[in-house]
Design a binder for this molecule. Sequence first.
Ligand code: ADP
Ligand code: ZN
Length: 290
Amino acid sequence: MMYGSIEAGGTKFVCAVADESLEIIDRVSFPTTTPEETMELVIQFFKGYQDKLEGIGIGSFGPIDIHRNSPTYGFITSTPKLLWQNFDFVGTMKKHFSLPIAWTTDVNAAAYGEYAFGKGKGLSSVVYYTIGTGVGGGAIQEGRFVEGFSHPEMGHMMVVPHKNDSFTGNCPFHGNCLEGMTAGPAIEKRTGKKGQDISPDDELWDMLAYYIAQCAYNTTLMLSPDVIIFGGGVMKQRHMLKKVHQAFEDLMQSYVKTPDLTNYIVTPELEDNAGTIGCLALAKEAKIHL
Ligand code: ADP
Ligand code: ZN
């Protein structure tokens, strides 16, 4: 028995298959181009395992339609990636594979990976953010994604500008929202350099830590989760976590007594595998529930 995973990102797709214990057996990655071209490669990959597959989990860039009784369930909806607007992702997969298909956002999938096998293991309430090309967040409560009319879009929460910061942000919708201030492209627009090429001593990181700490502060006040996990390329700056802890303490002023910050505001255990592992775990769940 095997399970399949599709991590559908705005820049690349990662597809994988794993055995019953979710050990990854095969994995491929290719750039996100047109839906036709990209899905052709996805389908080709899984056709090689068709007889053994028991389910496929998809974590997709969005926004996506997650409502089972909606006529556009399984579609990518109003994405700025025009070619993918109103693309019937789940329907396309169902046309080629008669298997249970789990469908959620890319960041929910990563949250689920950490919940099932990473820093959220054994906890009941887990929030996961990625700070990468974009900023996104997902929350899990007792094994279920927190959602209502749609999935959360926590990456676009508003943040208060740092007193020394004159950058106006680069979110096309909100300017200086969390994504507009902290995502990789915002760093590049602000400095002309990629985050990985900026010295750890640069004041930029204090500003970013201040924004990420505001995110942790808001998350704490709204959800009081057991853990808040920050992943994504920007968090590969290893010094950031400590700065975020400090800024969080300054903001919170001990108003809420959180768990010890070294166990409460953390980076992912599964690192870049959280999304794939999460999709696989959801695929295994889908076999039971769908
Ligand atoms: P994606 O969000 O596309 O899935 P990532 O989470 O790897 O991918 O994020 C990519 C972004 O993170 C890029 O903008 C890149 O410049 C930035 N990035 C990657 N590594 C680092 C690093 N070590 N420090 C700061 N920024 C980084
Ligand atoms: Zn925004």
